[in-house]
Ligand binder design. Structure first.
Ligand code: G1P
Ligand code: ZN
Length: 545
């Protein structure tokens, strides 16, 4: 096998965001664009040499081409062995599971998560470290620095390797194992949850579920786990075949993109009792009951309150963590059961140290993400199994479980308003204006709400003491209500402003109200404080979650 060194010119825009390097497919198709970034990873992580690398993606357009390029660059850079999923498919949680199980030096995931795919869609690449989690900012900054000055990359001159079936072969000295994408992950799930109790739920009465794989990576995982191992109803998985363009749909598990799933739950005499969906790469989850939506922040709190009932967590929890904009529902539970609860910046990578240092067992984000110390990524199918196991033990519906949780701990009404694809300078100005006002807002009275605290959130990692700043403007009111403003770090077009609004209501008699109504006054206050209308010429968001 011939290894050649290719002379290249650096790109200036290869700075990874909240979760890896994400760009339009057309950006990745520029000459040497992918190669430069991959070589930068190998330059920064010399441990990969002579070690094992896990490789896979969510099946979106450009995966197939990128996998072959990465394999050839890996062979040229002295990687000893690569395990790659059959058809190139591996969900993000499965990559994390495999890195840990086989003691790999790292993994490369090809995905743009919940962003649309296809020729005109998005593509992404993310490096995960030996702990199975997303590379920390210190590492992604180094990769970015190298990419800005890269002059050459090494690549093997060889034909493509077939990824169609499980087999082992060699690219020069590098062994390539094409493995079953699902088995190791499914076996891990079987250790954490009580599969026999869940199976009984499906077989002993007419309980049925519907899982929307959204034409993305979780289809094969869901079929093996729900249909084969748990004997769920035969039509439990919809949109279960991964497609390069996700069937032209948006693989984002929220109410706006799952009409088929919602119909299966809410109509007909055979309507499913339990519904769920995951995203492009399988790390997100949405949980639904019949005519009932579980807010992801509530889901994290409910998991924290009930984890001790499940086999994998019967020893109790070490602690919990949530990202800054996630509601404080989990804080209430943590306080009551006497565990620490950490508030971290947005992005799963910030949970890694807390998990590795055994400070927490569960963690989650408002953006349909939850997970535990079983891997170092959030995990969509894991969350679905968690809920199924709870339903099977409690013999209660999703709605009953959620309502009784609110009754006990109080309810956090919660919404997120997104202003998408806005001019980046306008967005920066808005955030800078907010930053300038933080101290002067304290003590201000807006209608029924008085500002108790206002700052630009910064985070000192309690494990390695690293400081991260400018993470979002927090406005906290005297009654525990909060408004958070921050700019998205995953978009590929202009900027997105996210406004997160939350209000805590203790009294169960007031838990039946509509979220947007309860939060209406706070929404107006948020718009006033940020002067939305003046900056954007409108005060209605593009998306409300
Ligand atoms: C979004 C979510 C964040 C999540 C990330 C990756 O990032 O808000 O919670 O970790 O996607 O899935 P954002 O676009 O807000 O930076
Ligand atoms: Zn994702």
């Amino acid at each position: 096998m011939n290894i050649i060194s290719i002379v290249t010119t650096p790109y200036s825009d290869q700075k990874p965001g909240t979760s890896g390097l994400r760009k339009k497919v057309t950006v990745f198709q520029q000459p040497h664009y992918l190669e430069n970034f991959v070589q930068s990873i190998f330059n920064v992580v010399p441990e990969l040499k002579n070690h094992l690398l896990i490789l896979g993606g969510d099946g979106r357009f450009y995966n197939a081409r990128a996998l072959q390029t990465i394999l050839k660059i890996a062979a040229a850079n002295g990687i000893k062995r690569v395990m790659v999923g059959e058809q190139g498919l591996l969900s993000t949680p499965a990559v994390s599971c495999l890195i840990r199980k086989y003691h790999a030096a790292g993994g490369i995931i090809l995905s743009a998560s919940h962003n649309p795919g296809g020729v005109n869609g998005d593509f992404g690449i993310k490096f995960n470290s030996a702990n199975g989690g997303p590379a920390p900012t210190s590492l992604t900054n180094k990769i970015y620095d190298i990419s800005k000055n890269i002059k050459t990359y090494q690549i093997a001159e060889t034909g493509d390797i077939s990824l169609d079936t499980q087999q082992s072969s060699y690219l020069g000295d590098m062994r390539v194992d094409v493995i079953n994408s699902v088995n190791d992950y499914a076996n891990l799930m079987q250790q954490l949850f009580d599969f026999s109790t869940i199976k009984t739920l499906f077989t002993s009465r007419a309980f049925s579920m519907c899982f929307d794989a959204m034409h993305a990576v979780t289809g094969p995982y869901a079929k093996e786990i729900f249909e084969n191992r748990l004997s769920a109803n035969i039509d439990a998985v919809i949109n279960g075949v991964p497609l390069e363009d996700f069937g032209g749909t948006h693989p984002d598990p929220n109410l706006a993109h799952t009409s088929e799933l919602i119909a299966r739950l809410n109509t007909g005499i055979n309507a499913a009792e339990f519904g769920a969906a995951s995203d492009g790469d399988g790390d997100r989850n949405m949980i639904l009951g019949r005519n009932f939506f579980v807010n992801p922040s509530d889901s994290l709190a409910i998991m924290t309150a009930n984890a001790h009932l499940l086999p994998g967590y019967s020893q109790g929890l070490r602690g919990a963590a949530r990202s800054l904009p996630t509601s404080r529902a989990v804080d209430k539970v943590s306080e009551e059961i006497g565990i620490d609860c950490y508030e971290t910046p947005t992005g799963w990578k910030y949970f890694g140290n807390l998990l590795d240092d055994k400070r927490i067992t569960l963690c989650g984000e408002e953006s349909f993400g939850s997970g535990s110390d079983h891997i170092r990524e959030k995990d969509g199918i894991w969350a679905v199994l968690f809920w199924l196991n709870l339903i099977a033990i409690k013999q209660q519906s999703v709605e009953e479980i959620t309502r009784s949780h609110w009754k006990r701990y109080g309810r956090h009404y919660y919404t997120r308003h997104d202003y998408e694809a806005i001019n980046s300078d306008t967005a920066e100005t808005l955030v800078q204006n907010l930053r300038n006002q933080t101290s002067s807002l304290i003590g201000n009275q807006y209608g029924n709400y008085k500002v108790l605290l206002c700052d630009d959130f910064s985070y000192t990692d309690p494990v390695d003491n690293s400081l991260t700043e400018k993470l979002g403007i927090r406005v906290i009111f005297e009654d525990e209500s909060r408004i958070i403003f921050r700019l998205s770090g995953t978009g590929t077009e202009g900027s997105t402003l996210r406004i997160y609004i939350e209000k805590y209501v203790r009294d169960p008699a007031l838990h039946e109200r509509a979220t947007q109504t309860v939060l209406a006054e706070l929404i107006t206050i948020a718009n006033t404080i940020a002067d939305i209308e003046n900056h954007f010429g409108r005060s209605h968001p593009d998306a409300i979650t």
